[in-house]
Design a protein around this ligand. Structure first.
Ligand code: NAD
Ligand code: TYD
Length: 349
């Protein structure tokens, strides 16, 4: 039986917590280490169900602290890394680009350096988790595939593009075994309410206005987070070294259509009149540099690894809404304090 020492970074965040849970439960023979700095979006409450598992260790550390990262690699002898730790929100990158360069670029380089120095064994792997936003924007037609040229527009996507390039450069220059996947927009339980879907769910619950940027005709391809975690599991175990995979939901929605659907599903669940939540929609100033459309051609992962999304969007969105309604304490805890300051700075000025 293979015994791996897997370092998952950013495991207390939205996607990371689903990846950690899947690995801890599915691979009891592995040692799973979750390294997370617990920034505003990292939350230990996301993993209460597995925190005492015997194959799980939490390490509170910052990927920007090169000495500590090096020390941890030396002590624990990780053989593989699944790297999710990042600053992840486009709007925050517009107000603080430097923080995105520090964590997403320099933090990734710190991990690569430690991996290069200390990771041993023929199964070693550095798996970098990235976004489809590195490809820039599509017009009304077409899809991103693995050979689409990089053309990032936001400080967030520029920092992720740079980190992807560094990962490939370490693969090419030092012969490190790497893989990268670029995924479309995720949704599901545990997402911090700064992103479209959980922010609007929280606002609908509280009868606050729903700030749609620009004309609302921007398009995103949405994937349920557990389906992303399953794709990561397959790529981690099955992908050839040096490969890139695009992951997407085959599920494009214009923002305004998605918001209308969300409003209707929420009205049903909250016992409100149909149309009550739609009345909260407010068109606000557009995001600068707003990419028009993202859509993924996920045929390579489908063909090579037999992966397809398991959930239809309405089912996934329903499950997501139910999770937020059933976890009011989780939502209350993270929307008090610093969140209020963020919200008023972002939306009330
Ligand atoms: P998130 O913001 O919910 O979580 C990020 C996690 O990283 C948090 O737990 C945070 O505490 C941790 N972190 C941040 N800075 C750190 C540092 N310096 N050191 C250690 N830990 C740090 O983000 P997410 O949505 O879960 O995204 C995870 C990864 O997936 C990111 O790399 C992101 O670019 C990528 N991704 C996200 C999406 C999406 O739709 N959310 C889509 C494609 C790719
Ligand atoms: P977001 O969830 O921030 O993800 P990303 O920018 O990484 O795609 O935004 C998804 C879409 O929703 C994007 O087109 C911007 C739009 N949006 C709004 O219209 N209003 C909002 O308050 C937010 C957060 C996003």
């Amino acid at each position: 039986m293979v015994n791996k020492k897997v370092l998952i970074t950013g495991g207390c965040g939205f996607i990371g917590s689903h990846v950690v849970r899947l690995f801890v439960n599915k691979y009891p023979q592995y040692n799973i280490f979750n390294l997370d700095a617990l920034t505003y979006s990292g939350n230990l409450e996301n993993l209460v169900d597995i925190e005492n598992a015997s194959n799980y260790t939490f390490l509170k550390n910052d990927i920007n602290d090169a000495d500590s990262i090096n020390h941890l690699f030396k002590s624990y002898k990780f053989d593989s890394v699944i790297h999710l730790a990042a600053e992840s929100h486009v709007d925050r990158s517009i107000s603080d680009p430097l923080q995105f360069a520090k964590t997403n670029i320099l933090g990734t380089i710190n991990l690569l350096d430690s991996f290069k120095k200390h990771a041993q064994g023929e199964n070693r792997l550095f798996y970098h988790i990235s976004t489809d936003e590195v490809y820039g924007t599509l017009g009304e037609t077409g899809l991103f595939n693995e050979t689409t040229s990089y053309d990032p527009h936001s400080p967030y996507s520029a920092s992720k593009a740079s980190s992807d390039h560094f990962v490939r450069a370490y693969g090419d220059t030092y012969g490190l075994p790497i893989v990268i996947s670029n995924c479309s927009n995720n949704y599901g339980p545990n997402q911090f309410p700064e992103k479209l879907i959980p922010l609007f769910i929280n606002n609908i619950i509280n009868r606050k206005s729903l700030p749609v940027y620009g004309d609302g005709n921007y398009t995103r391809d949405w994937l349920y987070v557990v389906d992303h975690a399953k794709a990561i599991d397959l790529i981690f175990h099955k992908a050839d070294r040096g490969q890139t995979y695009n992951i997407g939901g085959f599920n494009e929605w214009k923002n305004i259509d998605l918001v209308n659907l969300l409003c209707d599903l929420m009205d049903e669940r909250l016992g409100r009149e149909k149309g009550e939540s739609r009345a909260l929609i407010t068109y606000v100033k557009d995001r600068p540099g707003h990419d028009l459309r993202y859509a993924i051609d996920a045929s390579k992962i489908n063909k090579d690894l037999n992966w397809t999304p398991s959930l239809q969007f309405e089912e996934g969105l329903g499950k997501t809404i139910d999770w937020y309604l059933n976890n009011a304490d989780w939502l209350d805890n993270i929307t008090s304090g610093e969140y209020q300051t963020y919200y008023s700075k972002q939306y009330e000025n």
